[in-house]
Design a protein around this ligand. Sequence first.
Ligand code: GLY
Length: 380
Amino acid sequence: MCATCSLHFYTGNKLNQLSNDHDINVDLGQRSYAIKIMPGVLEVLAAATASVVAQKHVVIVTDSNVGPIYLQGVASQLQNVATRVDQIAVDAGEKSKCVSVCDGLWQRIDELNTDRHSVIVALGGGVVGDLAGFIAASYARGLNFLQIPTSLLAQVDSSVGGKVGINLPKSKNMVGAFWQPKQVVIDPAVLQTLDDANYVAGMAEVIKYGLIMDFELFEFIEANVPAIKSRNLETLSKIISWCCQCKATVVQEDETEATGRRAILNYGHTYGHAIESVFGYGEYLHGQAISIGMVCAARLAKEMGMVDQEFCDRQTALFESVGLPTQCPDDQHDAMLNAMMRDKKVVGGVLKFILPTKIGHVELVGSPGPEAILRSLRNA
Ligand code: GLY
């Protein structure tokens, strides 16, 4: 069926390009799936996603920024293979990752006669992926879903690994599930239409992968800042697949963050989530907040004797060279500390941090105490 669908719509080079050569497999037994990374894949989406959506009712969830640019094209592609395609758009921005928007989505997909054979398609950035994924995880005790990430942050990180969920007013990502997509389809070409702030913010997650597990990636980013800034498609495709491979490796080792291995992906996030919740969701983009968070975490690691000043300076220099913020807000430090104490990494009242020992390696360590954390919030 899938092959037939593909052949109906595409011939020649485009179809050949759909070969699995560049797919990354996330190997999770019965929950395994492919990440397809290909510039222009949105133009051949019917063929690329037929194995998931053919003969199915599809509900595309998107947002008010991405919808006007990509929804029509994606919907018309999916109409070629699906039995019915419905569309829902939420307001763009982190504030949509909340209970009331979730409630509206549950009601709407219910009205659309969504059933267990329906497929939710998340078309958008990290907010849409987390929200639509949570709808998929929770409605009718779980629907299949497909991720089509359109922001750099979502393409390199949040669309892979199955973390889905929403925020509570004071706690980021506190309600959610591990619910793996059936497929992730990434078109690096869509990054050309991403606004500058979100594009740069996504680079925080890219650099994070270099810092936590891949010195070579860190060096590649350092050596390719001009190409990254000009959004060179070849460079971006390489970086996206590099990060997705890193993420797939970690998720395969620890799908549900049970052993602590997956927690390395949260380098800078304890601080970053605190900044986001204390200053109001959307005030800082997630990538901006974790850039500052990684600077604070490195300061804490330095105080604990885990890294030297050279590490901190090199990390900060790379963030700044791509345009990321590195200065922690000067106020609300007590509120940030309180927010950190509500982090999911608090176990038995003890907060754990992911801290670096060198570029390419981090460790999960117990917090040295509130005074040291407060000091790490102060800009040097
Ligand atoms: N973004 C962190 C994780 O997926 O575990």
